[in-house]
Design a binder for this molecule. Structure first.
Ligand SMILES: [Zn+2]
Length: 454
């Protein structure tokens, strides 16, 4: 049997759910030659020095399984590799709607993460997939589990049937979302197969990067107290480093900004601005990398950073936690009432692509009262316009209550749970201090001052 046919048959039999199968498909394994006989599950791959075989469920009997060769898989190499191309036709993968050329790795991903939980209802994903975006798409379509029987909780929806239950618009259910999450976590079992972190190149500095650093420091020697200049130098160094690792297997592991801008930079090119207990606008420049050893003349600055990353951060985290508690208590009695306070004021804002997400669920002050915006489409007609958005800040209700118009749809859904939303400010402070330990990146960003002050 040719390897492509074998692979698709194994996928149809859900072998992607079996970790051992995936590992034996995408790497070289060495087992006792008789090992498969103890557990001859269908499509089990049997690698031998001469050729690759599989336990053929279409031959022999349950008691006496036989092996068939995977004809075009070379012995001495893994039967499949993640980046090996494969041409897929529509009928071969349930959620595929046009013929595509992709890779075996991508096909495995689609079967495991999308076909397994959702069948044909979530479109086949090509190329690099963002887990967050995929989850957002799935969550948007996920609805409560339908009623199991007639006497169950009456609030639950009935199972969608007929044409509406099929296709890319059909609802997904909570139980399927759980399967999806489990499948995503299953992927972590394969990190060693497809994203090796340790390669010859990832373990060392880019040749010539120290010379580049010295040259840049020399060119800017009169401006090294300016964080923007240092940020520019850091950017150059990261660019050089990325060029060096281009195409290396290890580069697939270094996908976060932090692994380049913080980890590799500090380790191999330049420690950079050490903020210590302050912020990065007034910092001490440490010109060497950790790999070159500590620059003892910068001992105080580096120690300050260590203290800031350990004790100070712990103390600030505690402060954030205390603020959460305090906010919960002071706001415990706040509530949302169903009426409209009729406020004629609100937050003034000019709607653009960056802040339009704030509109759905809120109301805009109009000449005659207010207009509720209940969808993203409804919000789009305000793009580019200056509006006043109703906000709890301007609610005129007496005592500690807010009206449902100022509070917006989302907060009104849980009228006595305002304190949870309010205490979130404390969580933000806590997150800032928690995040600070993991190293800050010094870089410049464009700021629109008119937006920043409104
Ligand atoms: Zn109000």
């Amino acid at each position: 049997m040719d390897k492509r046919t074998f692979f698709l048959k194994a996928m149809a039999a859900e072998e992607y759910r079996r970790r051992a199968w995936v590992i034996s498909a995408f790497s070289q394994t060495r087992e006792n030659p008789e090992a498969w006989k103890a557990d001859p599950y269908p499509w089990r791959i049997v690698q031998t020095p001469a050729a690759h075989f599989f336990v053929d469920p279409e031959k022999g009997t349950d008691r006496n399984r036989e092996l068939t060769a995977i004809d075009d898989a070379k012995a001495g190499e893994p039967p499949f590799t993640f980046r090996e191309p494969i041409d897929l036709k529509v009928a071969e993968v349930p959620n595929l709607h046009r013929d595509v050329r992709t890779t075996y790795g991508n096909t495995l991903f689609n079967f495991l993460v999308l076909v397994y939980p959702f069948g044909d209802r979530v479109e086949f994903q090509l190329g690099r997939v963002s887990a967050a975006q995929l989850e957002e798409h799935v969550l948007k379509r996920t609805i409560d589990e339908p009623e199991a029987s007639a006497d169950s909780d009456a609030k639950r929806p009935a199972r969608v049937t007929g044409p509406a239950a099929k296709g890319l618009e059909a609802p997904l259910y909570t139980s399927e979302y759980v399967k999806f999450s489990n499948a995503m976590f299953q992927l972590t079992a394969f990190t060693q197969l497809c994203v090796p972190a340790v390669t010859r190149k990832t373990m060392q500095a880019a040749p010539g990067i120290l010379e580049l650093r010295n040259r840049l420091l020399e060119q800017n020697r009169d401006h090294l107290d300016d964080p923007a200049v240092v940020a520019g130098i850091m950017k150059e160094l990261v660019k050089y480093d990325k060029e060096y690792l281009k195409g290396d297997e290890g580069a697939n592991f270094l996908i976060t900004k932090k692994s380049w801008d913080v980890v590799r930079t500090r380790l191999f090119s330049m420690m950079g601005m050490e903020a210590g207990f302050g912020d990065l606008t007034r910092a001490d420049l440490v010109k060497t990398s950790l790999a070159e050893g500590w620059d003892i003349s910068k001992f105080p600055a580096m120690n300050d950073t260590l203290r800031a990353g350990s004790y100070k951060r712990g103390a600030e985290t505690a402060l954030g936690g205390e603020l959460v508690k305090w906010l919960l208590r002071v706001s415990a009695n706040l509530g949302v009432t169903q009426e409209d306070c009729g406020a004629r004021l609100g937050l003034e804002m000019t709607v653009d692509e960056d802040n339009i997400y704030k509109l759905p669920g809120s109301s805009v002050v109009t000449s005659g009262g207010h207009e509720k915006i209940d969808s993203e489409e409804a919000a789009r007609k305000y793009l580019g316009k200056k509006i006043m958005l109703r906000s709890p800040m301007f609610c005129t209700l007496a005592k500690t209550d807010y009206c449902s118009v100022c509070a917006g749809t989302r907060l009104s859904l849980n009228p006595t749970a305002l304190s949870v939303a309010i205490s979130d400010y404390g969580s933000t402070f806590m997150g800032l201090s928690l995040g600070a330990m993991h190293g800050k990146v010094l870089e410049t960003a464009k700021m629109d001052y008119s937006k920043a002050i409104t």
